[in-house]
Design a protein around this ligand. Structure first.
Ligand code: HEC
Ligand code: HEC
Length: 212
């Protein structure tokens, strides 16, 4: 009986998370960490690359503003453990405590994400089709199923992708495709990216940069 109940709860969870993911994100969750303490570290260590408010000035550096705190915290922990390999970020988190990383996640999650603008309309049209429908012939799942139609993601597991710099998004898709980034639970992103062509990655990255 207990097992049956546990199963029911497990089955109900994604639905509840998905309902919470639509419309407002849970980015402003205050129980996650101390955003004011996070802001202090961010101002000293992270702002040069990610912007004072998490909207990064350079397209190689991801925007962090408005991202779900659970996702941000997971990435920081994994840069520290090496599960997500990146020399720059490994250095940045080396001296941070778990509490520091929770506070940083709370800070960036609380900041509003600036809207991006896509530039190449031909790529956007192709990207929109891919994002919404995937590539059925190649067995590529629709991005919208996990990242939501407006790209806001579905917390806690599925990150916001909308408005992200195209250069950063394309780099991540290539890294998942090559298996160089392998910190995705159940290889969800590696399976999706494995079958994407370079042209499809470019179109998706451009579409996502203007998605809102
Ligand atoms: C010298 C520039 C630089 C500094 C300083 C820096 N970062 Fe980064 N950050 C990057 C780059 C580049 C990436 C992308 C790395 C990759 O491809 O995994 C990144 C990625 C991230 C990610 C992953 C975002 C995502 O969408 O998956 C998080 C979270 C992050 N940084 C937080 C921080 C925090 C917190 C600090 C300060 C303690 C910081 N960064 C300082 C350059 C920097
Ligand atoms: C089955 C669910 C699923 C599907 C379908 C999916 N994703 Fe993801 N995606 C994830 C998960 C989970 C993560 C977070 C991995 C982690 O925890 O590091 C992610 C991460 C990402 C990231 C990295 C975000 C960042 O800030 O670094 C990008 C970019 C991305 N997905 C784009 C896409 C695109 C484009 C598609 C469609 C071609 C897609 N995803 C389809 C589950 C999915």
């Amino acid at each position: 009986m207990m097992r049956f109940i546990a199963l029911l709860i497990a089955l109900a969870l994604p639905v509840a998370a998905s309902a919470a993911g639509h419309g407002k994100s849970e980015a402003s969750r205050e129980d996650f960490g101390d955003a004011a303490k996070g802001q202090q570290i961010a101002g000293q260590v992270c702002a040069a690359c990610h912007g004072a408010d998490g909207n990064s000035p350079l397209s190689a550096n991801p925007n962090l503003a408005g991202q779900h705190p659970d996702y941000l915290f997971k990435q920081l922990m994994e840069y520290k453990s090496g599960a997500r390999a990146n020399a720059i970020m490994a250095g940045m988190v080396a001296n941070l405590s778990v509490e520091d990383m929770r506070n940083l996640a709370a800070f960036y999650a609380s900041k509003p994400a600036k809207q991006g603008t896509a530039k190449d309309m031909e790529l956007v049209t192709a990207g929109q089709q891919l994002y919404r429908a995937g590539v059925p012939d190649k067995g590529v799942a629709a991005c919208s199923a996990c990242h939501s139609p407006d790209g806001a993601g579905i917390p806690p597991q599925y990150p916001r992708v909308s408005g992200q710099h195209a250069e950063y998004t394309a780099t991540q898709l290539r890294a998942f495709r090559a298996g160089a980034r392998d910190n995705d639970l159940n290889a969800m992103m590696r399976m999706v990216a494995a079958r994407l062509s370079e042209a499809e990655i470019k179109a998706l990255a451009e579409y996502i940069s203007g998605l809102r």
